[in-house]
Design a protein around this ligand. Structure first.
Ligand code: FE2
Ligand code: FE2
Length: 235
């Protein structure tokens, strides 16, 4: 199966052609699905970038929302208005923020609690941690592809949960690692832990933070790749 993953909204961007913004949104195209993972912060940034990346896109089969933070749900209304959206997959919320937003525009989402098969070859990790965040898992011939929004519960915990739940090795991790508030020894320890994980490639973006990205690049060498708005990965 071909899998093409492109950054739509991110703190980082491939070039100045794309607007960078604090937020995350990624388009994943497989042979069978168009999946939009999260919806960035600002509908205008989303619109600008997606029209450069995929002006002919009409249909999103799955809109997958990792968690209810504002920098991941900002363009939901824009997406529903401008694309034919099949299913919306959201984590079960305590604060019901996304549910209310969707109720307002009369959309009934698929609500995730535990690890779930969303469609053939597309899985949710189930919600993890206090931020009640889900991540996306796509098995490929090379191993599991793991996409995270902010990885609030820690990429180590998420990775271990994914390998146990899906009984396979992780090939690639893409997304926010939420290390931007960590410094010095604490950050170094986290990076050492990430280095011990068995994935083949990591593409840290969004809330990973500049210092953490730099240290990860130094430590992980060839296992590190840049990601951001306008970056496309073909698998
Ligand atoms: Fe975020
Ligand atoms: Fe977040």
């Amino acid at each position: 199966m071909n899998i093409k993953i492109t950054g739509i909204v991110d703190n980082y961007s491939e070039s100045s052609k794309f607007r960078s913004d604090w937020g995350f949104s990624t388009l994943i195209k497989t042979d069978y699905h168009n999946i939009l993972f999260d919806a960035g912060s600002d509908p205008e940034v989303f619109e600008h970038n997606i029209n450069l990346i995929d002006p002919d896109l009409k249909k999103i089969d799955i809109l997958f929302i990792s968690h209810s933070h504002k920098d991941h749900i900002g363009a939901i209304k824009y997406v529903l208005k401008n694309y034919r959206v099949g299913n919306i997959v959201i984590p079960e919320e305590q604060n019901e923020e996304i549910e209310n937003k969707l109720r307002e525009i009369k959309v009934r989402p698929i609500i995730i609690n535990k690890p779930t098969s969303i469609d053939e070859g597309i899985y949710s990790t189930g919600i993890l941690g206090e931020e009640r965040e889900q991540s996306l898992v796509i098995p490929s011939e090379k191993g599991l592809i793991l996409i995270t929004g902010c990885a609030h519960s820690g990429i180590k915990n998420i990775s271990e949960h994914v390998e146990k739940t899906f009984s396979d090795k992780i090939y690639m991790i893409i997304g926010g690692l939420h290390l931007y508030k960590k410094y010095d020894q604490v950050l170094k320890e986290d990076i050492n832990e990430i280095n011990k994980l068995q994935f083949k490639y990591i593409l840290p973006s969004h809330c990973t933070g500049d210092t953490a990205k730099k240290l990860l690049k130094q430590k992980l060498n060839d296992r590190f790749m840049d990601f951001g708005a306008g970056v496309t990965i073909n698998l």
